[in-house]
Design a protein around this ligand. Structure first.
Ligand SMILES: *Cc1c(COP(=O)(O)O)cnc(C)c1O
Length: 395
């Protein structure tokens, strides 16, 4: 079949730049003229602004979101012999960062409505070697960390938050990052706050950890040519910092545009066999991704693509089944039925602030047409139906 014209791309970074062009060009030009490309006032300014945005005392810019998690783990002294609980449904980097710190990720299945780490299963996975938990605020939805805080207190564990998909998300009136804990962000271009290259940050309210993180990101160096520990070269450069400073004041508006789009899509899908995400009441979900569930996901994906609507799958392979981790002799049950079931039913629809009214209407009509033509069954209930059950497709 002929390739369809793309009407709704999955991400559209050009659309956002078009709205910022003048301001952005000026800011980038200023950095070029300053000749100051690594560290310095432009970085410090962004670090202050971002700490204020999330409600933490400190922010340490680093090279990317993966390094943010690795450095957070190392500064908290996690390493060889330590087991760290991570969700089986996340981007690979959550686990990779823990491995790169020298510790062992232990995968925990997720809750079937939030798709976030299930606290009861997390408790089952705890052993005498468990040292930390990494909750991931996946898809932009802030997790309720209370059950994990209870586990941390009971078993003396550390919590490091992976906030790579949830800049500005809140639970109630509490913004993620304001807990004072080590919270890790990515500024990869497609994230809610994205640089024009790689970037990341750790926020915390602990001045001692902040000082140590600044040493770790800079070759273990507290002062020029002094090296107190073996560290990393993991810096957020001045060009990326200035790009992020230009974008940051727009975040509240952008996140609320994402929520508005999400409400329209949820409204159109409620009661249909394409199950939309839950918009939690009173919390600020920032919809990094808009993930639906459908019993005939592959057919839906193909149908939308033929209509010029690009989609994604987050994530097609559960972390414990990736080539890198499938051989890991991890404690706990091997199978994660919820994550494994989701992997074949989830689909991410286009979601970004710059989506036009017309594009959203196109997406909604295509979804409705699919439901009418294909009559998918309602996805199975992971809590009551066994994983082995075959799913019937009404096609
Ligand atoms: C993007 C992402 C990361 C890693 O960030 P990079 O900047 O790409 O290294 C980590 N965790 C999650 C959940 C992510 O989405």
């Amino acid at each position: 079949m002929r390739n369809p014209v793309i009407r709704v791309p999955f991400v559209d970074l050009k659309a956002q730049y078009a709205g910022l062009r003048e301001e952005m060009n000026k800011a980038v030009q200023n950095v070029l003229d300053s000749g100051h490309f690594v560290g310095g006032p432009v970085l410090e300014k962004f670090e202050r602004e971002f700490a204020e945005f999330v409600g933490a005392n400190y922010c340490v810019g680093v090279a990317n979101g993966t390094d943010a998690i690795t450095l957070a783990a190392r500064v908290a002294d996690l390493g060889r012999g330590d087991e760290v609980l991570v969700p089986a449904n996340s981007f690979f980097a959550t686990a990779e960062a823990i491995s790169n710190a020298g510790a062992t990720p232990v995968f925990v299945d997720v809750d079937p409505t939030t798709f976030h780490m299930d606290p009861a299963l997390a408790e089952e996975a705890i052993t005498s070697r468990t040292a930390a938990i990494v909750p991931v605020h996946l898809y932009g939805r802030a997790m309720n960390l209370e059950p994990f805080e209870a586990l941390a207190a009971k078993y003396n564990l550390l919590i490091i938050e992976d906030c790579a998909q949830a800049h500005g998300a809140s639970i109630g009136s509490t913004r993620i990052g304001s807990s004072g804990r080590l919270t890790c962000y990515s500024f990869y271009p497609g994230k809610n706050l994205g640089a024009y290259g790689d970037g990341g940050a750790i926020t915390t309210s602990d001045p001692h950890l902040t000082k140590q993180l600044r040493i770790l990101r800079e070759h273990g160096s507290p002062a020029k040519y002094e090296h107190s520990v073996v560290g990393w070269n993991s810096r957020l450069d001045a060009l990326q910092a200035t790009v992020l400073s230009v974008k940051l004041p727009h975040m509240t508006k952008w996140n609320s545009a994402r929520r508005d789009h999400a409400k329209r899509l949820v409204g159109a899908l409620t009661g249909s066999p394409i199950i939309p995400p839950v918009i939690p009441e009173g919390d600020e979900h920032v919809f990094h991704l808009f993930v639906v569930r459908c019993s005939c996901r592959n057919e839906l994906k193909q149908f939308l693509e033929q209509k010029g609507i690009q989609t994604g799958i987050h994530y097609p392979v559960p972390l414990h089944l990736t080539g890198a981790y499938q051989a890991l002799d991890a404690p706990g049950p091997r199978s994660k039925p919820v994550t494994e079931g989701l992997a074949s039913e989830i689909l991410s629809l286009p979601m970004y602030p710059e989506l036009s009214e017309e594009q959203i209407s196109d997406v909604i009509s295509a979804l409705q047409e699919f439901i009418h033509l294909f009559r998918p069954t309602t996805p199975r209930d992971f809590m009551t139906e066994p994983a082995s059950q075959t799913i019937s497709y009404n096609i």
